[in-house]
Structures are given as C-alpha cells and as structure tokens.
Ligand binder design. Structure first.
Ligand SMILES: Cc1cc2nc3c(=O)[nH]c(=O)nc-3n(C[C@H](O)[C@H](O)[C@H](O)COP(=O)(O)OP(=O)(O)OC[C@H]3O[C@@H](n4cnc5c(N)ncnc54)[C@H](O)[C@@H]3O)c2cc1C
Length: 478
C-alpha cells in the first residue's frame, strides 16, 4: 500500500524507516510532522516475526499495558506526559483506545494498532512499502532509521552484527536484577573490589558486597530451587551461553556451584565483622554513571518476578531492596549502544544508519516509542540542516537516551552482557540538587520521603522539558 505521493515534488529527499512497530511508527510520524517525506518499510504480513500475528503497525506482542500513568509517582508516567507534549502518535492512539486498568494506562490492543495503522496510512508524507529489508540498506538511502525491534529479521541482524563486531550486537539478553543504590543497607553491606583491585576505571572499592553465612547460603539455595520459574518460549530454546547460566540452573547443577561462581567469597573482608569469613558473597556493580543503580553481578535468572523479589530480599543488605528492574532472559536483538552509537543514535561505523526502539537497548512499549520519537526528530532535523540538541537527562526521555548513548558504564569484566536493556525509571535521573528531608517544616522519612523525592523529580522534569522545547525552535507541539 502506498499513498501515491510524487516524492520528486517535495523539497526534501525521503528518510527511510525500517520497521513499523512501536518505534518505527512513532519515528515516521514525527518525521512527517516535521514536513519531511518518509518511506516506511515493514515486512509483515509478507514475513512475520515469531510473535507478531497481524499486519497492523505497532502491534503489541504481549501485555496491553503501558504501565503507570502517574507522573507524580513513576518515571514511566513522566515519560507518558512528555510524549503527549511532543505530539506522540503512540500516546494519542493509547489515549483514544484506553480500557479501565486502575492507575495504569492499558489499551484495547486491536483498536490501538488499527488507529496507528490508519493514521500512518493516511498521512500524505508517508509511503508504505511492505517488504523485508534484507541486509544493509542500499547506499542511496542516506538517512535511515532502523527500528526493527527485538526480533529483527536475521539477514538484517547479521549485516548489523558484521558492521558492529562481535560484542556490538546481542541476540539474547541475560539480565541481572538492578537495585536502587539508596535501598541497600550499608550497615550490613560494604564497598570493596575483590583483592582491592582498582582496574582501569576503579578505586579498589567499586563493588557493593552482601555477605551470607553457611545457614543463610543453604536457605538461599533452598529458596532458589523452590521458586517459581518462567519457561522459555519455543523460539527461545537457544542453548545457554557459557558464563551466562541462570542462577537457578547453576543451583540445580550442585548446591555449591554458586559459591564457586557468582557468589564466591574470596578476596573480600567484611569491615562490619572482619574476623569472620563470609561463606558466600553477592556482589553488586555500579550500573550507571550517576551511581544510583547497581546490578547483581552474574545473577541472570528466569525466576518469576515476584519470586525474585522475595528470594533476593533474603540476602543481607538487600532486605529493603527496591529493584529498578528484575532479571530475565529472552531472545532479544540489541546493540551495545553506549559503545556503537553516538549521542544522536547514529551508528558510529556508518552514521547514515540511526537506530530506534528496543534494538537500542531500551525496554518496553513506551520506551521503544519514546526512542522512536527522538530518532524521528533527530533524522528530520538532520535532513533539514537544523541543529538538534538532545533533551536534558533530567527529563524522562532524556534520561533514557542518556543511558542508551552514554550513561551506562562498561566494565572490564562485564563482557557483552554488560549493557542491559532498561525500562524508564527514576534511577536514571540525576539526583536532586536539594535534599528532600523537610517539607513544610515536617521531617520526612521512609516511604513519605521516597514519594516526595519522586514528585520533585517529576516536577523538575516538567520544567526542564518546557525549557528544552522553548530553546529548540520548531520542536514544541503545535
Ligand atoms: C515476546 C516479547 C514480549 C514482550 N512483551 C512486552 C510487554 O508485555 N510489555 C512491554 O512493554 N514490552 C514487551 N516487550 C518488549 C518491547 O516493548 C516490544 O518488543 C516492542 O514491540 C518493541 O518495539 P520496537 O518498535 O522496537 O519493535 P517491534 O514493535 O517489534 O517492531 C519492529 C518491526 O520491525 C519489523 N521488522 C523486523 N525486521 C525487519 C526487516 N528486516 N525489514 C522490515 N521490517 C522488519 C517487524 O515486523 C516489526 O513490525 C516484549 C518483547 C518480546 C520479544
């Protein structure tokens, strides 16, 4: 289907967008909205992925939830607000087709996808081509947005892998849980690198260590073995990579396996109890440049999310852990973006290729669409010869972009799995410059303080987004 538009009559050459999922549809919409023509290439229904079922654009492959819609209490709610402010097609489709879901924004999935498909199909500046892009786009396509998602068709995925090198593109994610630093009890945990090694970017005290005695370790293994697990889907029956086994699989292989793997206690001394050697130790490593998030080293898992939270909170120091994300393992094609993309989401090795959506290492429907929104605006600005300054990291969309293109710390022993897909969360925001401890003369503690902090981060984000839009001519919603 095409819109019969004579592209030769337009003042700009078209931008090619590959993939009409959440990110590609939003990118195409934003580009057209900026007055630049788009050719949108979508392989469905000619070729389906393992999970898509329809020919519609922006098909939701699993849940129908866009998660919490409250900008005062969640970073995803702030992201909703920012995207609405920037005329997001995905958000207007969600608002037009929402279904009752308490504080969450959930949608009628068929109505939602039909709305997106209709808006894109009737937008005069967008030409739709139903074809698989097999391999790298032809050299004549000088401005391309690749938004082919976690299940990118193999020919294109292999071509991108060849361009980025072995550690530039992952085909499977093995995600260890990520914890908010300020929820770790440092009266039980402590900072130390194994054998106090500083390494190239460290201080010798880079890891947070949580100790277990023999009784605690045995109880932890029992809980792990008994916990509910998620099955791999048929298309995910990939053999485990070495060094990437789920912890529960390691525990099934032998009760001592973890103690000789990710929970080994050697080279570490607990300053809270220096004369007693821990039987096992869980290490957490800094995950973002801000130092607000820490990942549980080697703790990739297929335990159900509820089970993860309860089993991991049995570990000393993590009793009150607040998880920025829980662990998982999925088939997922995603770039090692902090290394291979520039701040404008362009592939350093071939800057005509810009990436958007889950393939950049964000996670979730809304996040994928948000990165599509930015990629679309960046591509259009480039085509029009305009300067584009990315949004500040104090906004939800800016914090996500910052994490993808530069916020994550690549560690020497992190391997290819060092950069892990990430949802929007307040842990990606720079900390507030003022302490939230007193409001109206009242001293805040615990959940009250946490809620006030989230509200303040949301308010700051709103102000900063407006400033950014006002400073960027042509970007504000009409
Ligand atoms: C099984 C599974 C379940 C998920 N469940 C959820 C969930 O419940 N909630 C959530 O928030 N997130 C979920 N996600 C994560 C993520 O949010 C979704 O995958 C989301 O759709 C990603 O958006 P995207 O635009 O990057 O990719 P997609 O929405 O997958 O869009 C990519 C598009 O590119 C097309 N394409 C691929 N290769 C080519 C090619 N070579 N040429 C032309 N077209 C091509 C595909 O057909 C597809 O339409 C899930 C992911 C998977 C894999």
């Amino acid at each position: 289907m095409a819109n019969n538009l004579d592209l030769s009559k337009l003042s700009f050459e078209p931008i090619h967008v590959i993939g009409a999922g959440l990110a590609g549809s939003e990118a195409a919409w934003q580009i057209a909205r900026a007055g630049v023509p788009v050719v949108l290439h979508e392989m469905r229904p000619v070729r389906q992925t393992e999970v898509h079922k329809s020919a519609d654009f922006a098909e939701l492959v699993c849940s129908n939830s866009f998660r919490a819609d409250d900008p005062e209490a969640s970073a995803i709610g702030v992201l909703h607000r920012e995207m609405r402010r920037m005329d997001s097609l995905i958000m207007s489709a969600a608002d037009a087709h929402k279904v009752p879901a308490g504080g969450a924004l959930a949608v009628d999935r068929e109505g939602f996808a039909a709305y997106v498909t209709n808006q894109i199909s009737t937008q005069p500046l967008i030409t739709i081509v139903r074809e698989e892009v097999e391999g790298l786009p032809p050299p004549a396509w000088d401005n391309v947005v690749v938004a082919t998602g976690p299940l990118t068709a193999p020919a294109l995925a292999n071509a991108i892998a060849a361009l980025t090198g072995e550690s530039g593109l992952a085909f499977f994610d093995a995600i260890a849980p990520v914890v908010h630093r300020d929820s770790i009890d440092m009266t039980k945990a402590w900072f130390q690198s194994r054998y106090d090694k500083a390494g190239p970017a460290g201080t010798g005290a880079d890891y947070i260590n949580c100790p277990l005695d023999k009784t605690q370790y045995e109880a932890f293994i029992d809980a792990l073995l008994a916990a509910e697990k998620i099955d791999f889907k048929s298309f995910e029956k990939t053999p485990y990579f070495d060094g990437c086994l789920p912890i529960e699989v390691m525990a099934e292989r032998g009760r001592e396996t973890l103690r000789h793997g990710p929970m080994k206690p050697f080279g570490l001394t607990n300053p809270h109890n220096p004369t007693v050697k821990a039987y096992a130790i869980v290490q957490l490593r800094q995950d973002n440049a801000l130092g607000t998030l820490y990942n549980m080293v080697g703790f990739q898992t297929k335990l159900k999310h509820g089970a993860q939270a309860s089993v991991f909170r049995t570990i000393a120091g993590l009793e009150q852990a607040s998880f920025a994300r829980l662990g998982g393992m999925h088939r997922n094609t995603y770039l090692n973006s902090p290394r291979v993309l520039d701040a404008h989401l362009r592939l350093k090795a071939q800057p005509r290729l810009r990436f958007a959506g889950q393939i950049t290492g964000c996670e979730g429907y809304v996040e994928s669409a948000a990165v599509g929104l930015m990629a679309g605006r960046m591509a259009a600005a480039e085509r029009k010869g305009e300067i584009f300054i990315p949004p500040p990291p104090t906004t939800s969309i800016g914090s996500l972009l910052n994490h993808i293109t530069g916020g994550h710390i690549e560690v020497i022993d992190g391997g290819t799995a060092s950069f892990q897909p990430m949802n929007a969360n307040f842990g990606l925001f720079p900390p507030l410059s003022e302490k939230i401890s007193n409001v109206g003369g009242k001293r805040l503690r615990g959940p009250e303080k946490a809620a006030a902090k989230k509200r303040a981060l949301g308010v700051r984000a709103e102000v900063e987004l407006e400033n950014w839009l006002n400073d960027s001519p042509g970007l504000a919603a009409e």
